[in-house]
Write a protein that binds this ligand. Structure first.
Ligand code: ZN
Length: 202
């Protein structure tokens, strides 16, 4: 059985209009993301949501020595909450990333803790039952549909990881939006890269 999962990547206030790292068009995605959640539910699929969940200080932030990013999605703050317009109660699995002061952690398949978003709890997990890969395997999921933010970073990285782990992966254009940072690969560039890895872009 090819059970499906929908992965809603980082659909969080700080990445939406009005947030500290706003992606144009983010808020307008809510109805499309919700309709994908509804569809997944009717097909008995698994609904997964990832969230950036950073400590106050991390080399991920430019302020603290990082390359480009302003402070965003600090654990437990309103900026780290889901964007309005999706039904949070439908989410089966929440993945919190990246409460470590090491790298950017764009992919939902990197170090995570599905059980607790509590900054005090450690987060030095990321293997066994706590990894997204294991959660999906345990649920007999082999097909992933990906929506969320942002196309050129966390959506790209999550789709790439998933493909490398041999999942069947589809990224839905109607449910994504890109940062398109000056001087870096655009969202469209990244979608082309994914297509070359046999990720379906629809
Ligand atoms: Zn981040």
């Amino acid at each position: 059985m090819n059970r499906e999962a929908l992965i809603v990547v980082d659909y969080q206030n700080d990445f939406a209009e009005g947030g500290s790292l706003a992606v144009t068009g983010a808020r307008a995605l809510a109805p499309q993301i919700q309709s994908q959640m509804n569809l997944t539910r009717t097909q008995s699929g698994l609904i997964v949501a990832t969230r950036d969940w950073h400590p106050e200080k991390t080399i991920h932030f430019q302020r603290d020595g990082g390359a480009i990013w302003p402070v965003h999605c600090i654990a437990g703050t309103p900026g780290a909450e889901y964007v309005e317009g999706i039904d949070k109660s439908m989410i089966d699995v929440e993945i919190y990333k990246w409460f470590k002061n090491s790298d950017d952690g764009y992919s939902g398949f990197e170090w995570v803790d599905r059980l607790s978003g509590d900054p005090q709890s450690g987060f030095e997990v990321g293997s066994g039952a706590s990894s997204l890969e294991q959660i999906l395997r345990d649920a007999n999921v082999s097909v992933l549909r990906i929506v969320g933010l942002a196309t050129d970073f966390c959506v790209y990285a999550t789709a790439k990881s998933a493909k490398e782990l041999w999942f069947e992966v589809e990224v839905l254009r109607s449910g994504i939006a890109a940062v398109n940072a000056p001087g870096l690969s655009s969202g469209e560039d990244k979608l082309r890269e994914l297509a070359n890895m046999w990720v379906k872009i629809s």
